[in-house]
Design a protein around this ligand. Structure first.
Ligand code: ATP
Length: 251
């Protein structure tokens, strides 16, 4: 589904990604790990066209992503969540989730105010979809509640809901369990696994929580100083001397 080839990104004198290559198969849950500053978020930014790479290519479902406009990424079926929650505190949970469906409306929500029947039908359908996603993520109870004031674990699920309402085929999760307690991490892992299976999603997870990564990902890519230092199933990565030295310490 995805092939990253020789990707290099420089910020002035810093090489954030240095010739990184890997593939992700359809339906796979892949992990991207590495110490702070290894280049993980930069890689996500390239996959969503927030950054241009200096060299290298990204081929997604047979299409070269560098030729795709940044605003068209969601239409291609790529959605992401962010390390720092990007929710609107005063908007309700439902409206925050609907933001993730912006690319699915033909004319956008503003024109719904003009009262065109087709647009109103479209908006109703999107709202029904948002409600279905809220239900799946056990957020229906708080759908009308403003995002501010909700527990952090709930907000993490709202972020996931916002990504899912866009009906992605490739889901990029940036530190989805950071800040969650052990029970919430376990619950999130279960929910994500169930959604991945039901929706036939391909997932790439950036995460420092090794229990989560090792337990949920089928294959892991480890970056260090912008270079890929290892790639393989969790059991191999856990034992890889380069990964242990750069990142894991004694495990
Ligand atoms: P973390 O685990 O801390 O989130 P990361 O693996 O996601 O780290 P990146 O955020 O991709 O790492 O950063 C890779 C390198 O690129 C770092 O040295 C960082 O300081 C640098 N970098 C990232 N974005 C920029 C930018 N916009 N301008 C300058 N340097 C940047």
């Amino acid at each position: 589904m995805l092939e990253v080839r020789d990707l290099t990104v420089r910020f002035g004198g810093i090489t954030a990604l240095d010739g990184v290559s890997f593939r992700v198969r359809r339906g796979e849950m892949a992990g991207l790990i590495g110490p702070n500053g290894a280049g993980k978020t930069t890689l996500f930014n390239c996959l969503t066209r927030r950054h241009d790479a200096d060299s290298g290519t990204i081929v997604y479902e047979g299409e070269e992503l560098t030729s795709v406009a940044p605003h068209a990424i969601a239409r291609l079926g790529i959605a992401r969540t962010f390390q720092n929650l990007g929710l609107f505190p005063r908007l309700s949970v439902r409206d925050n989730v609907l933001v993730g469906a912006h690319h699915r409306g033909r004319a956008g929500f503003l024109t719904a105010a003009l009262g065109l029947p087709g647009v109103r039908r479209e908006e109703r359908a999107l709202r029904a979809d948002a409600d279905a996603v809220l239900e799946r993520l056990d957020l229906a109870r708080v759908a009308g509640h403003p995002a501010s004031g909700l527990p952090f674990g709930t907000l993490k699920r709202v972020e996931l809901a916002r990504a899912l309402v866009g009906r992605p085929r490739l889901l990029l999760l940036d530190e989805p369990v950071n800040g969650l307690n052990a029970a919430e991490v376990e619950e999130f892992a279960g929910t994500l696994g169930a959604i991945r299976d039901a929706d036939d999603l391909t997932v790439i997870v950036v995460e420092h929580h090794m229990g989560f990564v090792m337990g949920t990902c089928e294959r892991i890519v480890c970056l260090d100083f912008g270079r890929k230092i290892a790639e393989g199933p969790p059991a191999e990565i856990r034992r890889d001397p380069g990964v242990i030295e750069a990142y894991l310490g004694t495990v």
